[in-house]
Structures are given as structure tokens and as C-alpha cells.
Design a protein around this ligand. Sequence first.
Ligand SMILES: [Zn+2]
Length: 379
Amino acid sequence: MINQERIIADFMELVQINSPTKNERQLADLLTTRLTQLGCTVTEDSAGEKIGGNAGNLIADLSGAMPKAPVLMLGAHMDCVSPCENVRPQRKDGRITSSGDTILGADDKAGIAAILEALKLVEEQQIPHGDIQIVFSIAEEGGLHGAKHIDRSLLKADFGYELDSSGRPGEIITKAPGQNQMKITIHGKAAHAGIAPETGINAITVASKAIAQLRQGRIDEETTANIGVIHGGIATNIVPDLVEVICEARSRNPKKLQAQTEHMCELFKQTAAENGATADIDIERKYDPYVLPEEANTVKLAYQAAKAAKLAPRFEATGGGSDANFFNLYGIETAVIGIGMQKCHTLEEFIEEEDLCNTANWVVEIIKAAAASPKQPLE
Ligand SMILES: [Zn+2]
């Protein structure tokens, strides 16, 4: 049923279009043309301007002839992590890889290719469907900026799926964490390191003492924390008076997220105070967690559609955020689904050709199942 060579050719073309985060213009233009050819009305919002990018989110509406069916959202992101320019995809033994000097970009162009193939099949085979809203977002990598700044007045979907998980097709993510990012600035006191070190307060030493005591890494089954960035110091002959530490905490449980965040902030504050320094702390809530019950209609529909597509459906929890965190916050119940991109964010990233086809097939079954489901209640 899936046109295998067509979806592979499409995918190979998509990954060769440069689309680093905040530089999605070329891809956005191509996708606008493609979606318009497929009968969608495409709107580009102004999120790009707000975040310093050169393209906005694409929101494409495909009307169906079934007013009683719910509006289905299908989402994927257009940007890729670096190094993602001049990708030269290779096909070998049913697998697509990069040439080893870039990522492949299956994250998330495999999702885009699957959505486009599914829309082509729906059109060619005149599959009855309700209204469908396609959301191709910008700047997902590094902070979900596109989804955060999306023009919410354009969103009409009742529920949806974000095609953006590394699991093989059939995987349905029902739980994802929320994240806080903390920027900690430790102010010590500068001094000449050779002449008067005793008059200084070494901000690097203070930060180190705090970090050495910090609970980080895997905290428990649903909570993680990480010190990711540290900057400080100018020269060996100066006692450094300033260090900046950037760290994060994630949990699928809001109380644990709060507790871990407090632990980290308090530890820096206390350690600074004990050593005559001060710590300024800036906490940014990056996104909220979400948990979809297995009985939620969105989850059940994906499960049944996976079975219809002859995939093995299964539920998973993730430690990563995605645009779905924001769509759930906006009241559009959204599950992330596995599209088979493997080893993402590395030069070894690859995808099995079979998984590209299976995802497209799954999306077709999701479109059919959505058309057959009642508009309310999609609790
Ligand atoms: Zn992704």
C-alpha cells in the first residue's frame, strides 16, 4: 500500500536540505509548496521573528468531508541538531545513514516524510477523513522554541500525534518529563593570585564545592538532573570572582521536579554563603510534564491504528521533552510516537527503510481511525 521507493526518495531529498535550528527557511518553503499541492491551506506564523529564526511554524489545514469527525493534528519538527549541513545520505542493505561526517536528520525528517506520504495515499486512494491539521515546527532542538511561541489561534485540533520518538513504529509515548533550567552565577572576589590570594574569594572553588555535593544524573525512575555548562575565570594570576553554571532538572512528577530544583538551587546558595560568596539564581521552566492515561482516546486510537498497520503497539515513558509537551499544555491531547530514527543526535544516526514505510502506514491507519471516532468526548 505504501509507495516504498517514493517515500525513500522523498526522505533522501528532505535530509539534503539544510535546516539547522532557526535556519529552516529553505525547508519551510519546500514544505509549503508540497502541502499546498496536497490540498492543504498553509499558514506560516511569526514565531521565527520572536526567536531570531528565519522561518516560522507551518500550520497546514486539510479539510475533510466529515464534519462530525474530530480534528486530527500530525506534527513533526523541521530543524535538526548540528552538524546537519550538506548531509549525504547513503542507502545500504535496507538502511539509510549519513556519510559519517554529519547527522542524518531522520530526527525529524522521517516524521515529515511519513506525514507527506500518508497524505498522498489518502488523496490517491480517496480515503475518507476528517479535518487534519499538520504542524511542522521550527527550533524544536535545544528548547522547543517553535512550539512555545506558536500562534495558538491557528491551532484547531482536538487531539494529535507528534512523530518524534526514536522508538520503532508502534511505540506510543504516554509520559514525558517537565524541565527546569537553572543559571547560577557565583560572585566571589577577585585578587592577585600571587601577591594577595588571601584577600580573594575563588568563585571556581565555591562552584566546585557545591557541584561535588550535588545529586545529579539519574535521581530516580522518573527524575534526572545534569550540570551541563560551566564558564569562569580569566587567567591563572587572578583569583576568579565569577562563575556561571547552567544545569537542568527533569521529572515526570511535578513534585519531584520541584524538589530536585530546590535541592540544586539551595545547595549553590548555601555553599556560596558558607564561603563568603553569593549566588544569583535564574530558574526557567522550559516545559511542563505530561502523562496520558492508557485509556485516553488519543492513546487507544494510536494503539488500535498500530494493530491495523500490523505493528506491535506498546507504551513507553520518555526522559525527553518534545513539542507534544506544549501541545498538551495548550489542551490538545498529544502523544509522541516512535518513527524508528535511531542513534539520533550522533553521526551514526540511521533509519531502516522498513520503518519509514511502517510509520507512513501507521499514520494512514491513524487518519482512518480518527475519521471513524466521535468528535466528543476526547477527554
Ligand atoms: Zn526530534
